[in-house]
Each structure stands twice: as C-alpha cells, then as structure tokens.
Design a protein around this ligand. Structure first.
Ligand code: NAD
Length: 977
C-alpha cells in the first residue's frame, strides 16, 4: 500500500519535469502559432459563436458551390470572414480560404483517407518511435448491409496492412515490452458499427448480431499478429459492449490471447465498478487483457441526453471529478497490471505524472505502462513522455470527410471545451502549480425527479432507461406476472359499482391471436343511459369541489401509475402489441397528462379580477357538465387518461368510452381512479361498441362535451350528430375531435442522412405505422433521392419482425385482422401505383402481421399519398427543390404532423411558416410528442380542438363566466384590499 502523500510529492516532481520538457521543446513562435490556431480563436468567440461555427463545419461536406458556401456561412456565422479571423487566412477569396481551413482541420485530426495513406503515415510515426492504433471512421450504421461493409473494411485493413507492417524494421522500444512482443498493427473498433440493431434493450439479439462479426475480426487479427481494441461509445451502449467483449473473449479460441483491449471512461460514475468487475472477470479468464483508460469523449452528448430525457446524468459534471476518478483508475490498473495491462490515454500532464509516480512507487518497470494520445492533440506531451522512457501510442482515425465529420466535431469540441486549459498552456512560463494541482473529489449524483406537488414546476416523467439491467428485469418480471392474469373478466363501472353487461368483448393478443387477454363487458344502450343518470347525480357535488382538491385526485392517480408503470406497460404489450419502449412511453405520457392537467387547473382556478372603485369584476371558469371521452386504442392509456383527467379536473362528470381494442387497459385506468378516490359517478367506465354505446352518448341531450380522438370518418359523423339539438336540450354540445393524418417528412438536399434515415424509419414504422403522427410520406430532394432510398430500404430490411413482448422485434403485428386486411388492400393497390422499393414478408399464422412496404416514385395526388393507411406503408417521392417539397407536403387535407431534415437555416425558417401541420419537427422523428414540450393536435381535417398537453387544452372543458358587482351604497364604496 503506497501512501497518498508520497504519491503527491512524486507526482509534483515528475509533473514539473514533464512541463519543463514541454516548455523547453517549444518553438520560439509557439505563442503566435497558438494565437493563430482557429480553435483557440473560435473558442474565444464564446460558446454561441463556437457552436455556430461547428454547425457550419458539420454541413460543410454537403455544400456544392462557392455561392452556396457563402450563403451557409452568412446564415451560420453572420459575417463570413469571422470564421477566418485569427487564422492568418485573411483573403478576398473567402470560399477558398474556408475550404483550406477545413481541409487543414481534417488533416490535423484525421490521419489520411485510404488504408495506404494511413499505413504510410503510421510508418513515419513509428520511425519517431511511436506506436499507433488505427480507427476507420464510418457513417452511422443504419442497416445490416452497412454493418457488413464496416466489418469488411476492417478485414481488408488487417489483410492489407499486415504484410506492410511486417516488413518494417524492428524497433525494440516500440515492438517489445516487459510482456514480450507487441503487435505492430493495432486496430480500434466500435461494436455499434458491427450490427445495425445494436440496442441495449435487447442484449441477446445485439450480441447475436455483433459477436459473430467481432469474432471474425478477432480471428483475422490474431492470425496476422495484430491487436484489437474495443472502443467505448455512449453510456447507453457501455454495459452491452462490456458484456459482449467479456463473453467473446472467454471463448476457447480467444481465451488465452492477450492482444485485446477494452476502454474504460472515467467520466462515468460507474467506472470504478466496471474496473472492479473487469478485474474479477480477467481472473476467471486466466489471460491478461489491455485496458485503455480515458476520460471520455461524449461528455456533451451524455449531459444533453440526460437533460433531454430527464434522466440523472451518468457522468460527473465537472472536469475535476473526472480527473480525480482518472487518477483512481490509474492506480487500480497499476495495482492490477499483470492482468489488466494499463494504457493511460490523456493529454493532461498531471494525469501522466500521477501514473508515473504510482508506477514508480509500486516498483514497476517503465514499460509496464503505455501512454496514449490522439492524433492532432498533445504532441508536446507525447514527445516529453517518450523522452522520459515511456511507451507511447497514437490513436489515428482515418477515412473520408463525410464519415469523419462526427469525429472531427467531437475533437474540436473537446479541444475548445478545454479552452481554459489551452489558455493556461499558452502562458509562458507555464502556470505549473495550477496545471499540477490535485483535482477535487467527486460529488454525489443528482437525485431523480418525482412529483413535488401542485405548486412545483411541471417536469416530464422520464421514460425507462432500458440500457439499465434493472429496468429490463422489471419489465420482464411484469410481463411474466401479467401473463398469469390474462383471461379475466372486466365489468362496467357505473356510479361507483361494478356491473355486468349482457354481452362481452373478447380481447386477444395481436401477437398470438389464440391468447385471450381479457373478457370485457360490452355496454348496451340501456347501460349507457344508466351511466348518464349516474353522472348527472355525481356532477353537482363534484363541480363544487374546490379545484385544487380535484387536482389532488390527479396527483394521487399519477403516484399510483408510477408504482404500477411496468405492469401497465405489460398490459399494453399484451393487448395492443406495443413494444417495450412504446408501452413504457405511453404510460409515462399518461402520468404527464395527470401532472400537467392538475397544475393547469390550479393555474386557471386563480381568479382573474379587474376591480375598480365601486365595482368588483371577476372572470372565472365553470365546468360544463357531462363529458364523454371516446378514445382510440393506439395510445391506450395516454389519450384516455389525458382526456378524462382534463374533463374531470375541470369539474365535469366523465364517462370513459374506450376503443373496443383497448378496453382492458382502460379497465386498469378505472382501477386507478377508484384507488385514488374518485367519487362514485365522477369517472365511469363504459366499454362497448362505438356505433352502439358511443353513438348513444354522442346523441344524448344531457351530454355537454364529446371529446373524441379517432379516425376522420367517425369524427365527422360524431360532429354531425353532435350538432343536432334535441327539443329539451339546454346546451350546444362542445365537440373536440382529434383525428388522423397523412404526415410527411421532407429530406432536404443537405440533410444529414445518418440522422434522416433512422429518423424516417422510426417515424414510419414505429408501432407498425399505427400512430396518427406516423410518417407515411417522405419527400426527398432529387439530388439525394437515390442515396437516401437505398439506405432507407436497407435499414427497413434490417428490422426484425416479431411478437411485441420480444424486445428484439422492431416491428410487431397490427392491432387486429380487420386492420391488417385494410392495410393489405392498400398494399395490393400499391402494386399498380408506384415502384415497390421494398416489401417484407411476414407470416400471419400466429398474429396479425403485415410486413413493411416502401413504395417509391408515388404520385403526390395518389390515394396512397393522400389517404390515411394506418400501417407500415411508406410512400417516397422526389422533389426538384425545396418549394416543390413543401407543396407536396401540403397536398393532403390533413395537417397533423410534419418533419424536415435539413441543415439550411433559411429552409428551416420557411418550413415553420409554410408547412401546414399542427406539430412540426426539424431534424428529429415526428412521433413521440411530449406533454408541455410539444402540445399535440392537428389543423385542417386532422382536428377540431386545442392541443392536448398544452396551455389551451383545459379551457375546452369549461365555460368562462364574467361576474360584476356594483358595490356602491348611497355614494359609499367599500375600501379595496
Ligand atoms: P376509430 O375512429 O375507429 O375509433 C375511435 C373511437 O371511436 C373508439 O372508441 C370507437 O369505439 C369509437 N367509435 C366508433 N364509431 C363510433 C360512433 N359511430 N359513434 C361514437 N363513437 C364511435 O379510430 P381507432 O381505429 O380507434 O383509432 C385510430 C384513428 O385514430 C386513426 O385515424 C388515428 O389517426 C386517430 N388518432 C388520432 C389522434 C390525434 O390526436 N389526432 C391520436 C390517436 C389516434
């Protein structure tokens, strides 16, 4: 056990030596060079400017002409010359200078384009006594074809580079270490690129997909005497990556092979646990591995994703904490150096000094430790460490510009985020004490957000993080538990009592149609009449209940839903064939509606006063009376909960008439209302046929609100029926009707296809296209049409089809036979209406499966491009330019959602004003609207009503009243408060 104090003393001494060496080796014009470094200059322009520049750099490969380049520059950074300031590239030919600047930037961080170039550069590096590891930059892998291509590129790399490196003359300091021979060729691979469906929700499927390709790489590398390092990517993929790595390397073929390496990122809170687990595993394996210790390159991504999803950040929030963990990691590895051979990858002099100090105090020879730096960073440190007798390896990515863009931007971000550090390194003499100061200890993780009562700000309920084993286990357990509860009977719920009906609806599992989910009472007109009477009895007291008390019912229900969330999701998986993620998101959205509507009621209940001396004026809201919630099956809990909670919290008595296909989930909601203490008759459950019970309620003279969500045909009929006024009827019925869509995504000429392809796939085929918000038309700029279509088809081909309860399945069945039949008819019609670019076969024996279809070159006015199909049929159309794309997008009479993938700021602005849809999305999927963030609802023939989950929604369930009292008596007015 070495003492902390001795480590610190030695670290300081070594650190000073490193810094001295760095300073001594600097060229005389070092400062001027740094001052002229565009990255230093950009980061001085502030975070906004830097992000504008980076966004420009990101779109750069899509720019075709000088004129365009100037337009984009102007749009992103204002004065085009700003990007060149300080770079020494002041010139009148701005486009030329900008191109040169970006080419330089690329050369700085990316080591060549081809294998030959990369290997040749490595030869030079080796000559200077540095080892290397090669990383082939690739586009995001969206299909199996692309995953295979990536794997083959690596196999080619091994094949092509091995003979070349074997010919190089021996260099003992690079080729040998205490453990013996070091492989000359060293490659870094990313597992997510080896399988297109690499997704932690499905560890088994992901392993089945990625592991064989990894094995082939390992076998080839081993045969050629090369080494393989598995890179670490986003946190979500970390456990899966570790699992596959460990599993494959325990196999007999690889078990005794030491030339493999895995990466551990110390910015992750779990890094210590992962290191400990690795040490345990390697004992079992019996042969050592290498561990590359890094701080982590995805910090911005991790923090943004955590905030975006309302999850606790998996990373430390300060640089100091990460540095501190890094030092702990160094010590751990050095103490386990025989089995976990350390590769310390950092550009920080203090971290390196600390590693050297610990190694020395442990009495280890210098070549036990390998240091690593990135190509383009830390050149001086690299040299200093080499001079001090340590082994050095340089991480060298290579490849073309477009695939390299994500890497390039990450590197620039990394450098510029260390602006302070860079700044310190520019000073002369170096601020030694500051640079070598001990980093501060780690803080506690943030606590998870839960409802904090009516007066706390609304925050969206986080969806479950299925990259965590605990969440997956809970979901699996819930599915098993619910399997034991299938087939039960569900009565009507009238006036606080369970009642049976003469008839039953039988709910079956769409994934396995012989499985009965439940038997639900099917209400007759008589039952419906009874329910109306019970609601009338309950209404007066409920309408007088203080709004905050009514809101409290919603908060109690939200708490119950949280407790039962996996169970509720499991019911959706069985009854509606929702996938795990879709089911979980639907439950989270239901909780959001409860929390949001409760707060909205509290807000609206505050009296609006306009008093003047002698006159008190109030503006207040009253409930309307009896509300009927008629809802669809595709968001079985969220929509029903949203409508019912809004109507009830506003003081109305509500009758829930759920869709026939989702009545079991609706019965669960009734259980929750009851458990939360809804007074009898305030919320009732009346499952039954739309044309029978539903229509009876719509026509009923005592019903004041019909809140409908469903198809256009039924919505239209309901509006007609509801407009009639019966002889004794006292109110006009208020109809809220949210209906279908024929939603388009425009893929612009400069779209990032890495983003657009998966975004369109998820929007079009998520829940088999059975979402009102689903994308059913993609309008693609002619210039990228062939490339986009090819990637789209391949990505769709790679989607596994299977039962909803299997997290491996990307596509499940449709809701029932009738729906499947309808979609198949459209598909038959499609054969004559366009070019079938892709169609997947799906066996319909077990469930209501219909494979996805992509239809290319569809005429914009074809029924396929204007009618809602509600299934996995996607029409692809070409547009000559952006104007035409918008025209085609606006063709249908519907106007629900719309999307655009573009990096052109002017087009994004125009899309916002010209695209005719209620919910618009740019550079993201068009489904998955969140309460409060994206209040949801259509325009045109998609809807009559204000957006659900938005600030106007509740008003529809109330009527405003103005009240004025003249308070003057005999010339005397009471004083005002
Ligand atoms: P649907 O119109 O068939 O049924 C919706 C509801 O209406 C069900 O409860 C049904 O029983 C009831 N109903 C049917 N006929 C009725 C009648 N004559 N009188 C009274 N009620 C009647 O729709 P669906 O198949 O359940 O759902 C899919 C449709 O819903 C799609 O068109 C989709 O776009 C739309 N949708 C829209 C939104 C939105 O917010 N705009 C959200 C989800 C679904």
């Amino acid at each position: 056990m070495i003492e902390e104090k001795s480590i610190e003393v030695l670290t300081d001494r070594i650190g000073r030596e490193i810094l001295q060496r760095i300073e001594a080796a600097r060229p005389r014009d070092y400062r001027e060079r740094l001052e002229a470094d565009p990255l230093v200059v950009w980061s001085r322009g502030g975070p906004r400017f830097l992000s504008d520049v980076l966004r420009f750099v990101d779109v750069f490969p899509a720019i075709r002409s000088d004129a365009e380049l100037m337009e984009y520059l102007a749009a992103y950074v204002g004065d085009p010359k700003r990007i060149l300031v300080g770079s020494g590239r002041q010139t009148d030919d701005v486009p030329k200078a900008v191109r040169a600047l970006i080419a330089n930037l690329k050369a700085r961080f990316v080591a060549g384009e081809t294998i030959a170039e990369a290997v040749e550069q490595c030869r030079g590096l080796r000559h200077a006594r540095f080892g290397f590891t090669l990383d082939l930059l690739g586009e995001a892998v969206t299909s199996e074809r692309e995953a295979e291509r990536y794997q083959h590129a690596y196999l080619d790399l091994i094949r092509a580079a091995s003979p070349a490196v074997a010919d190089w003359p021996e260099r003992a300091s690079v080729d040998r270490c205490v453990h013996g021979r070091i492989p000359r060729l060293n490659l870094s691979v990313k597992l997510s690129s080896l399988y297109s469906r690499f997704d932690p929700i499905d560890p088994r499927g992901s392993a089945d997909g990625a592991a064989p390709r990894l094995r082939a790489l390992l076998t080839a590398a081993r045969a050629q005497g090369a080494a393989i390092n598995v890179d670490m990517e986003q946190y979500a993929l970390k456990d899966l990556t570790l699992e596959i790595f460990k599993k494959v390397l325990l196999e007999p073929e690889f078990r005794d092979w030491p030339d493999v390496s895995i990466t551990i990122q110390t910015y992750l809170r779990e890094n210590r646990a992962d290191l400990a687990a690795l040490a345990e595993w390697v004992e079992k394996r019996g042969a050592p591995i290498n561990v590359r210790l890094v701080k982590g390159a995805y910090w911005d991504h991790e923090v943004q994703q955590a905030q975006y999803r309302n999850w606790p950040a998996p990373v430390f929030l300060t640089k100091e904490e990460t540095d501190r963990e890094f030092e702990a990691g160094i010590q751990f590895l050095l103490e386990h150096h025989e089995t976990l051979r350390p590769a310390i990858a950092s550009h920080n002099a203090r971290s390196a000094a600390r590693a050297m100090a610990v190694a020395e105090l442990l009495g280890l020879p210098r070549d036990v430790v390998e240091f690593q730096t990135l190509h383009g960073l830390g050149a001086e440190l690299r040299r200093a460490l080499l001079e001090m007798g340590f082994r050095m390896r340089v991480y060298r990515p290579f490849g073309a510009l477009i695939p390299g863009m994500a890497y390039l931007v990450r590197r620039v971000l990394e450098v510029t985020s260390k602006a302070g550090f860079l700044q310190q390194m520019t000073s002369s003499p170096l601020p030694v004490a500051g640079l070598l100061a001990m980093p501060s200890p780690s803080s506690k993780p943030e606590s998870r957000n839960e409802s904090a009562g009516l007066d706390a700000l609304f925050r969206n309920e986080p969806v479950s993080d299925f990259s965590r084993r605990e969440a997956r286990d809970e979901m699996s357990r819930a599915i098993e538990r619910i399997r034991g509860e299938l087939g039960r009977s569900y009565p009507l719920w009238i006036g606080g009592r369970a009642e049976s009906a003469g008839e039953e609806l039988v709910a079956v599992n769409p994934s396995a149609k012989s499985e009965i989910i439940g038997r639900v009472a099917c209400a007759s007109r008589r039952d419906a009449a009874k329910v109306v009477r019970a609601a009338e009895r309950a209404f007066p007291a409920w309408s007088r209940t203080p709004p905050r008390e009514r809101a409290a019912l919603l908060l109690r229900s939200a708490a119950i839903m949280r407790r039962r969330r996996f169970e509720l999701a499991a019911w959706e998986i069985f009854e509606e064939a929702k996938s795990w993620r879709e089911a979980d998101a639907d439950v989270a959205e239901a909780i959001d509606h409860l929390e949001y509507n409760a707060r909205e009621m509290a807000r609206l209940a505050g009296l609006r006063r306009r008093d003047v001396p002698g006159e008190d004026n109030e503006y207040l809201y009253e409930p309307r009376g009896l509300a009927v919630a008629i809802t669809p099956w595709n968001f079985p809990l969220a929509i029903l909960t949203g409508v019912t909670s809004a109507a009830a919290v506003a003081g109305n008595a509500v009758i829930m008439k759920p869709a026939e296909q989702s009545s079991v989930v609706a019965a669960k909601l009734m259980e929750i209302w009851n458990e939360a203490g809804a007074p009898p008759g305030v919320i009732q459950y009346l499952p039954g046929r739309g044309e029978v019970a539903g229509e009876f309620l719509v026509r009923h003279p005592r019903v004041q609100i019909v809140a409908f969500t469903g198809s256009f045909a039924v919505g239209l009929r309901i509006q007609r029926l509801a407009a009639r006024v019966a002889p004794k009827q006292r109110d006009f019925r208020r109809v809220i009707a949210e209906m279908g869509g024929k939603n388009a995504i425009i893929v612009d000429r400069d779209a990032d296809l890495d983003q657009a392809v998966p975004g369109v796939v998820v929007s079009a085929f998520g829940y088999q296209g059975q979402k009102c918000s689903a994308c059913s038309r993609v309008i693609v700029h002619r210039a990228v049409y062939p490339a986009f279509l090819e990637r789209l088809v391949e990505a769709t081909r790679s989607l596994p089809i299977g039962p909803a309860e299997d997290p491996h399945a990307a596509l499940g069945p449709l809701i029932n036979d009738e729906a499947a039949g309808k979609v198949r008819k459209y598909m038959e019609f499609a054969r004559d209406s366009g070019r079938i670019a892709f169609q997947a076969e799906a066996t319909a024996a077990e469930g209501f499966y219909v494979g996805p279809m992509i239809l290319a070159d569809v005429a914009p006015d074809s029924p396929l491009a204007t009618e809602e199909v509600f299934g996995p049929l996607l029409c692809v159309m070409a547009a000559e330019d952006f104007d035409e794309a918008v025209r085609i997008a606006n063709e249908p009479r519907y106007g629900l959602t719309g999307g655009l993938y573009s990096r052109n700021p002017d087009h994004i602005r125009r899309f916002k004003s010209e695209c005719r849809a209620g919910n618009l999305y740019v550079n993201r999927p068009i489904t998955g609207a969140l309460v409060d963030r994206q209040p949801f609802g259509g325009i045109g023939l998609s809807g009559v009503g204000s957006k659900a989950g938005g600030p106007d929604y509740l008003l529809q369930f109330m009527q405003p009243k103005s009240f004025a009292e003249y308070t003057v008596r005999r010339g005397f007015a009471p004083p005002r408060d």
